[in-house]
Design a protein around this ligand. Structure first.
Ligand code: SF4
Ligand code: SF4
Length: 377
């Protein structure tokens, strides 16, 4: 006999596009930072999803312990309905926090989420994931704890914590054929999550192809670049100029920044509404989006072993390039008229401002070369 869920799934397939979808937010070993991060999404915001105001996207019924009006047994009732296939729309799971190994919890449990109404038996969050993940339209892991294990999985932990992908395994596929979707970050950028969710919802609606994910299930368009490539301090790195202490404006690599080898888009996206971000606010990158975090980036605030080679090279080439650039900046700060009259008519000048000697010769040579190139082109 066909399960109610199977019946519903076929019905949804047949009637799409969907008008509504449920989102079950389930929490493991978490600090709730991902929930806070989600509220910072602006483009679109989570409230736009809940209001169903985005064209082509179904209204999202968020079942979350913070935003739901139900609590206790009434809240958990939603999960029972999903498990029995009694919902009037498909659902997705968003898991926040690491998965702690319940086989190590002795007589108790690490993560409890409701009780069986018939027997009073404690149900764990992990049991809900096991029961619901195969029936979900998609399973999202939000934040580095849920994606790779994160801080609760650091060396010395007693819970054998891991990520959702570790627990569900590589064979896992959602009811709509999607592997676990990973949006890492500690905490993640809210817009990264909502943008990914919207892209997947468009796919589930049949309005767009499945967006591109990398081999670790990260949205490829958000995590394929390193922080360093878009960092506002990258120009200093290129010119071989490095900060000596926090508060300096230059590249932070010698203070322990791992940006050159970390895949994260915070340098171009910011934290909220395009504003903020680690280097923008003077902080180093500690690799919080990466599967190796935190152990492979520890100790924090100590420079990485590999930086010596790259910063030494940058110092050599950067010093040379910076000197040439400074000469050119001097040239471009002189109008042709001032150059012709050999004067700088500014009351603000602090020293002899018109070039002379080798500098003047350099400017002449540079301009002659530039013009010959222009006429050639
Ligand atoms: S601060 Fe970090 S990410 Fe930015 S340029 Fe320096 S090493 Fe690269
Ligand atoms: S720049 Fe580094 S520390 Fe900052 S959010 Fe990205 S990965 Fe995390």
């Amino acid at each position: 006999m066909r399960s109610r869920y199977e019946h519903n799934k076929r019905r949804f397939d047949a009637i799409g596009p969907l008008e509504k979808i449920y989102l079950f937010w389930i929490v493991g070993a978490s600090c709730d930072g991902c929930t806070i991060a989600l509220t910072g999404a602006t483009n679109p915001g989570v409230e736009d999803l809940m209001a169903g105001s985005i064209p082509g996207i179904p209204k999202v019924e968020v079942v979350h312990t913070v935003v739901s009006v139900e609590s206790g047994a009434e809240w958990v009732h939603n999960l029972f309905m999903a498990d029995r296939g009694e919902l009037d729309a498909p659902f997705v799971i968003v898991w926040e926090g690491s998965i702690m190994d319940e086989s190590l919890s002795g007589d108790g449990y690490w993560m409890g989420l409701g009780e069986d109404p018939d027997t009073g038996r404690q149900i764990t969050s992990l049991e809900w994931l096991t029961r619901l993940a195969p029936k979900a339209a998609a399973t999202f892991a939000i934040g580095t704890c849920a994606t790779w294990g994160g801080i609760p999985a650091a060396s010395g932990n007693v819970t054998n914590a891991s990520g959702v992908m570790d627990y569900l395994g590589e064979e896992y596929r959602s009811a709509f054929g999607v592997p676990v979707i990973n949006v890492p970050g500690c905490s993640p950028i809210g817009d990264n999550f909502v943008e990914t969710a919207v892209a997947v919802l468009l796919f589930l609606q049949g309005l767009a192809p499945l967006p591109e994910f990398d081999e670790l299930g990260r949205p490829a368009w958000l995590f394929s670049e390193t922080v360093h490539r878009h960092c506002p301090r990258a120009g200093y790195y290129e010119e071989g100029v490095f900060a000596h202490e926090y508060g300096d404006k230059e590249c932070l690599v010698e203070l322990g920044c791992w940006g050159p080898v970390v895949q994260c888009n915070i340098a171009e996206r910011g934290i909220v509404n395009g504003v903020g971000g680690c280097m923008q606010l003077g902080g180093i990158c500690i690799g919080c989006t990466m599967p190796g975090f935190p152990d492979k980036f520890s100790p924090f605030y100590a420079s990485s072993p590999g930086h010596l080679i790259s910063t030494s090279l940058s110092r050599v080439t950067g010093t040379f390039v910076r000197t040439l650039r400074n000469l050119t900046i001097g040239d471009k700060n002189m109008s042709p008229r001032w150059e012709h009259l050999d004067t700088l008519p500014s009351g603000w000048r602090r020293q002899e401002a018109t070039p002379f000697g080798l500098e003047k010769l350099g400017h002449k040579f540079y301009n002659a070369f530039q013009r010959s190139k222009q006429s050639y082109n």
